[in-house]
Design a binder for this molecule. Structure first.
Ligand code: GDP
Length: 459
């Protein structure tokens, strides 16, 4: 945090302009050494949030005509003094400006270092820091809205509210333990139990929308399953043809199966075409089959393709039966190649009642619109005002909140079992640590602050 850091803020390459960001104690001094303003009076007035035109120099050598935006800490992105230098959009120009800053004692910033400083200086919490990345990488407007919502802090406020409740519970326990002469009576037990329940309920409420949040952020994991030749690849291609807004490759996905990203409405479908699922003794094929089962396990939606002739003959494979039994809730059955029939009427009694069944034809696109509608319904179900709601969306945050809830439950059980309060506090403390991970608060220090400021124990 002592260093002044510099980096290119725009993507590398050629464009109209580049922006170079400079942040730290020495940022303004470096600006003074490298920048020759056209309007000297305005520059020397040293005011924040101002824009200045002039030459950028390395020593005495002119490098480019630039605009310099000046933002004084702590009212800046990083919380430090910041200059943003807008230069002409060539890589050489940008590099020479960065070198000029290095010559004046700045160092190159590490990845994410500006945001890290913003976090360390208390400008943003971890939820907001992660939301910035999400906003930049969002592939649908809905995902961008969600990130923006988290960035403005509405999610953090909800998390902080639960966190404060847990802090209060801990303080309450500490106060009770610190005065052993006040017998831990039934009243204290009831009070503690009620507080634990209240905190847990709030946390559960936040967790509720997180599944939808995760889908909006990462896409709906959709697995296309079925026997060889039933039309899986054709369905994937149909999606790619129909939904023109194909999303570019997302890094970090495995290449074992075919992964495609497609937008249906405002929802990102993360489609996986698995290797044909069937029993096999061939070892290589076996691996593929194992992967397919793994994919089915983690899928949000399974599109199970059945061949219409096999269906009418009531011939289901063992694998098809397992999918329909084990994953009924998330399975949509598409009875494909219905165009081969003279009528679209089907006997629907062969499939468990709770499974959504569609007569389908990839070839003629029969049922395609209805399939898309059904997929969207599953995402939006009970969540019509998604973009207006602050939702948890990131697996790190979701895991932490789930762990927090588990620990609150454990604490509650301990109270019921008449376990001494100082032992109950172990679970509550664990809950606090978990929820603090979400926003990145320092537990120890905050607990102390909370105890001393709110309870005035006077010891
Ligand atoms: P996969 O092995 O499950 O990926 O199946 P494919 O997508 O390769 O399809 C196998 C064959 O079925 C191809 O010849 C497709 O043209 C054909 N097919 C796929 N869907 C339909 C359909 O809806 N109607 C008809 N008549 N043929 C289809």
């Amino acid at each position: 945090m002592e260093d002044t850091i510099v980096a290119l803020a725009t993507p590398p390459g050629e464009g109209a302009i580049h922006i170079i960001r400079l942040s730290g104690k020495n940022a303004f001094n470096i600006g003074k050494a490298c920048f020759e303003p056209k309007n000297k009076n305005k520059w020397q007035a040293d005011t924040s949030y101002t824009l200045h035109y002039g030459w950028f120099l390395d020593g005495t050598k002119k490098i480019d005509q630039v605009l310099v935006a000046r933002m004084r800490g702590p009212q800046s992105y990083t919380g430090e003094d910041v200059l943003e230098i807008h230069c002409h959009g060539g890589m050489l120009v940008a590099r020479r400006i960065i070198e000029a800053c290095l010559h004046q004692g700045a160092r190159l910033a590490e990845a994410g270092e500006f945001s890290k400083r913003a976090f360390l200086n208390g400008k943003i919490d971890l939820v907001q820091a992660e939301a910035i990345v999400d906003l930049i990488t969002a592939r649908t407007s809905l995902a961008a809205d969600l990130a923006l919502n988290q960035l403005t802090g509405s999610l953090s406020t909800k998390i902080d509210d639960v966190r404060q409740d847990i802090l209060d519970i801990l303080s309450y326990i500490e106060a009770t333990i610190d005065f052993p002469e006040d017998e831990v009576d039934d009243l204290a037990q009831t009070e503690l139990s009620e507080r634990l329940i209240k905190a847990k309920e709030k946390a559960v409420e936040i967790l509720k929308g997180s599944k939808t949040g995760k889908i909006i952020r990462e896409g709906l994991l959709t697995v296309i399953a079925g026997r060889p030749n039933v039309g899986k690849s054709s369905l994937l291609n149909a999606f790619l043809e129909e939904e023109r807004a194909i999303v570019s490759e997302i890094p970090g996905t495995t290449r074992d199966e075919i992964h495609e990203y497609i937008k249906v409405g405002e929802v990102l479908l993360h489609l996986i075409d698995t290797a044909g699922i069937r029993d096999s003794s061939d070892p290589i094929e076996k691996i593929g089959v194992e992967r397919a089962w793994k994919a089915l396990n983690k899928a949000d939606v399974i599109l199970l393709l059945l061949d219409v002739n096999e269906y009418n003959a009531k011939r289901f494979s063992k694998e098809e039966q397992i999918i329909m039994e084990e994953y009924a809730e998330k399975t949509i059955v598409l009875i494909n190649k219905i165009d081969l029939m003279s009528s679209y009427e089907l006997n629907d009694s062969y499939i468990p009642k709770d499974i959504f069944v569609l007569p389908f034809s990839v070839k003629t696109r029969f049922g395609f619109e209805e399939l898309k509608k059904e997929i969207l319904r599953r995402v939006y179900e009970g969540n019509h005002a998604i973009s207006a709601e602050p939702l948890l969306s990131n697996i790190r945050q979701i895991n932490a909140l789930e762990n927090c809830i588990n620990n609150l439950e454990k604490a509650q059980e301990a109270v019921y079992a008449n376990i001494p309060f100082d032992l109950v506090s172990i679970d509550v403390r664990a809950a606090l640590e978990e929820i603090s991970l979400i926003t990145g608060h320092n537990v120890q220090e905050d607990l102390l602050n909370n105890i001393f400021s709110r309870f005035c124990i006077g010891k």
